[in-house]
Design a protein around this ligand. Structure first.
Ligand SMILES: Nc1ncnc2c1ncn2[C@@H]1O[C@H](COP(=O)(O)OP(=O)(O)OP(=O)(O)O)[C@@H](O)[C@H]1O
Ligand SMILES: [Mg+2]
Length: 342
């Protein structure tokens, strides 16, 4: 899939903006705070219907406006699509609408684009909390598999219910109902997480470019069974929460020297996360039957000259959109200059 154009109205710093992208390799170049990441964020919102950095939707609307529009012309395996999202404030609430070729659709049907982004902050996937890693894998799985999406929602509901029962003096029967649900949904979640981890490891073994470190993903599943949940009730009651299950799963990234969280330099961690994102893009390509958009925000900082050159020369699958503050090299199909403040 590719996007040909993007139009923004009152999205973040962009009062009005219209951008064109080359089929494979576009560089957005401009000074700090010129709105480059905002452009990638708008594309991301079209792909996943959420932001990678806003805590709430209203943050996406320009400070001097009360509505925002994102529109794009895309080419996907289903043909040409005009995609649009509008956001507006109405009686203190935020309203969203999704349009495909001018017709309003439900969020669930607004699934024509997929994207993977690499951002400097992403080394947090290695150093940060397990919750951050789970969210990354959950987004890829839930965004590409409706059953996973549903299982996750059901699991989270059952977990909230059981945790609530732990705080009350609930009967065994009440516990049993939600514990059964937890076990059923955990099986779906953990099976898919295992499959994704196995896919990533296969990708790294067989297809990863040689300038990436030799990586391995270790999936550490926190298994649960009905008997175990029942046996754990007294201790869980004391703590007030459920201590085992997918909400405690973790993923660790290793290379030949060990766990990258413990020894790798920032540049090495950055390359490892890039390897992870590349593998996730390959996974989405397999599931969707076409490569997702690959967004590379400020990727060159903290990488040495050699690695910068490897990245530029790498035959990226599908469409890539890059941002940088200076346009080094001439390996771009298209360079879009983003002015100072708009
Ligand atoms: N809702 C909003 N309304 C108006 N301006 C906003 C809004 N949200 C963010 N901004 C502004 O957008 C600018 C940041 O844009 P962005 O992060 O895209 O910059 P950038 O070109 O990626 O910069 P850098 O090179 O530093 O990463 C900031 O100056 C910020 O104040
Ligand atoms: Mg930026």
């Amino acid at each position: 899939m590719t996007i040909k154009t993007l139009s923004l109205q009152n999205f973040r710093s962009w009062r009005e903006g219209r951008f064109q992208f080359a089929p494979r390799k576009t560089l957005l170049v401009g000074p700090n705070a010129s709105g480059k990441t905002n452009i990638l964020e708008a594309i991301w919102v079209l792909a996943w219907q959420k932001s990678f950095r806003a805590k709430s939707w209203p943050q996406l609307i320009n400070w001097r406006a009360d509505s925002a529009q994102i529109q794009a012309e895309a080419v996907t395996k289903d043909g040409q699509q005009r995609l649009g999202i509008s956001l507006w404030q109405k009686e203190g609430k935020l309203v969203k609408s999704y349009l495909v070729n001018g017709a309003p659709v439900k969020r669930r049907q607004f699934n024509h684009l997929a994207a993977v982004i690499f951002r400097p902050e992403d080394i947090r996937f290695i150093q940060g909390s397990p919750a951050r890693r789970r969210r990354l894998f959950d987004r890829v799985l839930a965004g590409s598999d409706w059953q996973y999406h549903r299982a996750l929602a059901r699991y989270q509901r059952a977990l909230r219910q059981r945790n609530q029962l732990l705080l009350n003096n609930a009967s065994a029967g009440q516990f049993l109902f939600w514990e059964k649900e937890l076990v059923v949904q955990a099986t779906v979640l953990q099976e898919r997480r295992h499959q994704l981890a196995a896919f990533i490891n296969r990708y790294w073994q067989k297809q990863a470019p040689n300038w990436l470190p030799k990586l391995q993903l270790h999936y550490q599943a926190s298994a649960i069974s009905l008997a175990q949940l029942q046996a754990q009730r007294p201790q869980d009651r004391q703590l007030g929460h459920t201590r085992f299950g997918p909400q405690r799963d973790d993923f660790a990234l290793f290379d030949t020297q060990g766990n990258l969280a413990f020894w790798a330099s920032r540049g090495q961690q950055r390359l490892a996360v890039l390897g992870l994102k590349l593998a996730l893009a390959a996974y989405l390509a397999e599931v969707n039957g076409e490569w997702p958009l690959i967004l590379l925000d400020d990727i060159f900082s903290e990488l040495d000259e050699d690695h910068q050159e490897y990245l530029r020369q790498f035959p990226w699958p599908g469409q890539t959109i890059w941002t940088a503050t200076t346009a080094v090299s001439d390996s771009w199909e298209k360079v879009v200059e983003i002015g100072t403040r708009n």
